[in-house]
Each structure stands twice: as structure tokens, then as C-alpha cells.
Design a protein around this ligand. Structure first.
Ligand code: NAP
Length: 323
């Protein structure tokens, strides 16, 4: 006779959600979860009166020890597209699905951020800003989109969503991913063997990869040297993918003409980083895109219900690939 599963009753009764308010928009996320939770209990870390009744943990950067006592946990849910902080959190229980957010407003925000950076360079608006401050009336020769190739490194949900409007604006597009894609208007390159060719074609390099053991440090001095002279890097994936020292050297040598950086090896960017004041760098504090809080809350509820019905949740991380 098999022994009864001691955790089964707790797992069946556990319906609660534990939210860790560590994201910058935590207040809005909390409001949205409150509005979407129905009759499910919602607890806000560190106030967890009944850890054994938590079915779902929602977090961006999980606080240390957050998984302790969550014996009936059935779902770990991120609040954005990248869930590497949750993925790598000590104590995350094996076998409990980890889900990320895929959402329309996230796609739109990322496309807006990237296109803004590309237009600022290709339409010379950074230079026109300087000219205005110096009261200079000087018309620069317009660069046409059909003469410019944008390379998107990471043709996943966000890479493909950004490619569509870029194509409509007339840019040539190349993309690089682990597996080859057949998306209209994008020349697809795949795998390490094709990375060099992809880079050599990218006048603008958009880095939109998840951070994994394979993508950490992927844009080192050798990789950056393969970009065309005068290329621009737009880094929006995760810090650690672009080697910051190699990037500064490539800017100083003139090999790269500019870098738009939203993500950094250390965040917040340390005050003594050379990136802050480098004339070739435009930087933002990891704000490229975040999903609408209501979309996050809806997805959390949908995924929790799916798990309770025995269905696979949406947008689960593949633990073997790491994203
Ligand atoms: P996704 O749908 O999982 O797409 C990831 C893409 O990267 C896929 O095309 C994948 O290839 C490719 N890839 C992963 N590892 C690779 C490798 N070793 N070699 C080649 N290609 C590889 O992710 P997403 O939703 O587009 O988001 C991408 C990343 O953007 C997130 O992980 C997050 O880090 C970052 N992000 C940043 C911000 C911000 O505010 N800065 C906001 C949101 C997201 P396959 O398609 O072949 O699997």
C-alpha cells in the first residue's frame, strides 16, 4: 500500500499569492493583483501569516529566504520578460514552473525604446540637439533607412515585435537566435557558427538576449570587432552580455560610433563607471520596457488557474535552456 502524500492536502488547499514588492512599479503591481485576485488571499512579503497556503510567488528580484516554508508552492511568476533573478534564486524549489511575462504593452515599450535610439542616430537628432545648443543652423545629409541594416540579436518575443515596425520604417533587418526563424523581411542567422556573419552585417546591433551561461560576455572584444566600422550598439537584454571594457575601447578607437545602453553588469551603475560621462554613450537606468501591471496580474491568475486545472502554464521557462 502506498503511503499518503503528506503535502497533497496542503497543496490542494493552498490558493494564496505572495507578492514581493521589489520592482520599481511595485505599488501598481500590488493594486493590479488586488483587483484581479478574486477570493484568493494576497499576502505582501514579508508579511506571510500562512506560508503553507501560498500557491504562487510573484516577484522580480526575490528577497533572500523567500521560498522558506512555502511547502505548497505550485507556481513562481515573474513580473517581466526576464526572470533570471528568480531563475537563479537560492532555494527555488525544483519542479515548480517558473513563468515570465509576454504581453503586448511590453512588446510596444521595447519597440519604442529601440526605435527611439535608432532614429536618434540615423536621423542625426543627437547632433541636431548639440547644434541647437550652439545656435548652429546646419542641414546634414539625410541617411536613408534602406541603406542601413539593423541586426537583432535575440529573435524571441521582443526581438520579433521590434522587427515589425523597423521593417515598416524601411530598415534592412538581420536577426540571430539559437534556432533559425522564417519571419518575413528578416534574414535569419542561427547558432555560434553564424554569429560572425550576422555581426558583420549589423550597422546597428540590438542586443535582446536573455542572460544565460552562453550569453554572458557574448559581446567581447572579438565579437565587437566583427561589427562594421562606425556601428552603433543598442543594449537592452541584460547586463553582462556586453563586455563594458571592450565596448569602451571600441568607442575610443572609433570602431563603434555610439552605444545606447539600458542594462549593465552592475545595477545601479556605479558612480565611478566610465560609461556615465563617455561622449559615445547614451544611457538609461534599465527602463526599456515593462508590461502593464494589469496584464501581469491577469497572466498570473490565468497561469495559476491553468495549473489548478492540470494544464501547462503560459510562458514557462525551459529550465534546460535557462530562458
Ligand atoms: P525570448 O522570447 O525568450 O527570446 C530570446 C531570444 O534569444 C530567442 O530568439 C532565443 O533563440 C535567443 N537566444 C537565447 N539564447 C541564445 C543563444 N545562446 N544563442 C543564440 N540565441 C539565443 O525573450 P524576450 O521576451 O524576447 O526577451 C529577451 C530578453 O530581453 C529578456 O530575457 C530580458 O533579459 C530582456 N528584457 C529587458 C528589458 C529592459 O527593460 N531592458 C525588458 C524586457 C526584457 P531561440 O528563439 O532560438 O530560442
Amino acid at each position: 500500500m502506498s503511503m499518503p502524500d503528506k503535502q497533497a492536502p496542503a497543496a490542494n488547499q493552498a490558493r494564496g499569492i505572495l507578492f514581493c514588492p521589489t520592482a520599481s512599479n511595485a505599488d501598481l503591481l500590488q493594486e493590479a493583483l488586488e483587483a484581479a485576485r478574486g477570493d484568493r488571499p494576497l499576502w505582501i512579503w514579508p508579511d506571510v501569516p500562512s506560508p503553507e497556503k501560498v500557491a504562487c510567488l510573484v516577484a522580480f528580484r526575490p528577497p533572500p529566504g523567500v521560498f522558506e516554508g512555502l511547502a505548497a508552492l505550485r507556481l513562481v511568476h515573474g513580473v517581466g520578460a526576464g526572470v533570471n533573478a528568480l531563475r537563479d534564486a537560492p532555494g527555488r524549489p525544483a519542479g515548480v514552473p517558473l513563468c515570465r511575462v509576454v504581453a503586448e504593452e511590453l512588446d510596444q515599450g521595447m519597440a519604442q525604446h529601440i526605435i527611439h535610439a535608432i532614429l536618434r542616430e540615423t536621423r542625426d537628432h543627437r547632433l541636431y540637439d548639440e547644434q541647437q545648443r550652439a545656435r548652429i543652423w546646419k542641414r546634414l545629409t539625410q541617411r536613408h533607412a534602406c541603406d542601413i541594416t539593423v541586426g537583432i540579436m535575440g529573435l524571441g518575443a521582443l526581438g520579433l515585435a521590434t522587427a515589425r515596425p523597423l521593417r515598416q520604417l524601411g530598415y534592412n533587418l538581420v536577426g540571430w537566435s539559437r534556432s533559425r526563424k522564417s519571419a518575413e523581411g528578416i534574414e535569419s542567422f542561427a547558432g555560434p557558427a553564424e554569429m560572425g556573419t550576422f555581426l558583420s552585417r549589423s550597422d546597428f546591433l540590438v542586443v535582446l538576449l536573455p542572460i544565460t551561461a552562453e550569453t554572458h560576455g557574448i559581446l567581447d572584444a572579438t565579437a565587437l570587432s566583427k561589427l562594421p566600422r562606425g556601428a552603433v550598439v543598442v543594449a537592452v537584454g541584460r547586463g553582462g552580455q556586453v563586455d563594458e571594457a571592450a565596448l569602451l575601447a571600441a568607442l575610443d578607437s572609433g570602431h563603434l560610433s555610439h552605444a545606447h545602453l539600458d542594462v549593465f553588469e552592475t545595477e545601479p551603475l556605479p558612480a565611478d563607471s566610465a560609461l556615465w560621462a563617455h561622449p559615445g554613450v547614451t544611457l538609461t537606468p534599465h527602463i526599456a520596457a515593462s508590461p502593464h501591471p494589469l496584464a501581469v496580474a491577469r497572466l498570473v491568475m490565468e497561469n495559476l488557474s491553468r495549473i489548478e486545472r492540470g494544464e501547462p502554464p503560459l510562458h514557462a521557462v525551459d529550465e534546460a535552456r535557462g530562458y
